[in-house]
Design a protein around this ligand. Sequence first.
Ligand code: FUL
Length: 452
Amino acid sequence: MKKSILSLMLAATAAMSMGQTGRALVKPTARQLNWQKLETTAFIHFTVNTFTDKEWGEGTESPSIFNPTKLDARQWVKALKDGGFKIAIITAKHHDGFCLWPSKYTNHSVKSSPYKDGKGDVVKEVADACKEFGLKFGVYLSPWDRHEPSYGTASYNNYYKNQLRELLTNYGEIAEVWFDGAKGENAKDMEYDFKGFWQIVRELQPNAVMFSDAGPDVRWVGNEAGNAGETCWSTINAEGLAPGKADANYLNVGSENGKSWIPAETDVSIRPGWFWHEKENNKVRTPSNLVNLYYQSVGRNSLLLLNIPPNTEGLFEQKDVQNIKEFRNILNETFANNLVSAQSKQLVDQKLETAIQVKTNNPLVINLSKSVTFDRISLQENIAEGQRVKSFKIEYWQDGSWKPLATSTTIGYKRLLRFPSVTSNKLRLTVLEALAPTLLGEFGVYKASSRE
Ligand code: FUL
């Protein structure tokens, strides 16, 4: 294409996306947008720790202890499917260095274990089950490795890259790669070649999102308690951030001035630990506790990454299975019936792209189907065009006047509001501050399930 036409087109696109501050709005890539819409994804923490009752292995564990005699990855993935989770991410290698697949580059793996007489491949079993049940598949490969002798030398980066290549070439489509920044205080000094790692992922799995404290695609939410920031921007300034070296409070909230689109992922476990411990069998989060996590993550412009750990037999416990199923049933019940009038077609068609433009300080009236009782509101921006809303309020019509209902900050992909029931036939939304005119993609009004 001629250079001048190209630059004209680029200038036009930039002008359309200009925020009120005169800065261009930052937007997600297609892979980030697709990932955000998944809402709920799952972690599966499983390794030698499951058998030693530890959270962090030492790296000295003998592979002979890894013997899950009833392992059934189909049971895991079927349970996740019933729980409405869209990706399953397996800890292919945790900090102890034990590999759940028969890596060519070490003997510290399933191939030296009694599991299937050393012929098993847990990563493959999970990948295959995901294909069967229609889930996406992801891998966690810990950079910190307490077993591998080359750890602490430059050649460890090659070891890690080789393993990454194995995982990214032999198991089909990978939706997410998890780069954990955790590292023990007494760990050997080691400069990881993250740039090199990330390049391999882009080359071998261009649709996969990469998670780390600093992105490049998805960032840590800053805690493991299931709490995205009340205000949560998908944009941050990533300069100076690195996996394991980021300010947790900053990651929790993000920044309206952020130059990079790196949305927050909320990772949290269904139990106190990430790995299975018998003593935690009576500490499994209840369905309503899990529903609360959904409000605190997805409902604050983040994504829920819930961990469910298999036990020493290689199975999810029944309690965990039941609770994630019930979690989904409750959400389905709460969000089954949008009470907004069907006349507001663009706001109820479940398509973010068909958005309504809302000017700041210009109330938008939303009619309900009739006079109804409700206690939940869901708002969504068309984030394909950036995240814009800084604050807004909602009022409801009662006895001939507008009454305050809720005031809140960011919306982004989704904002869920909970409040005591009110009865009304119309609402109005006023955007109080925004980086550019709001593109309101969806608006939902609901009466929560009594089981919440
Ligand atoms: C942390 C790890 O140290 C935990 O063991 C767990 O894997 C969690 C998801 O990330 O950084």
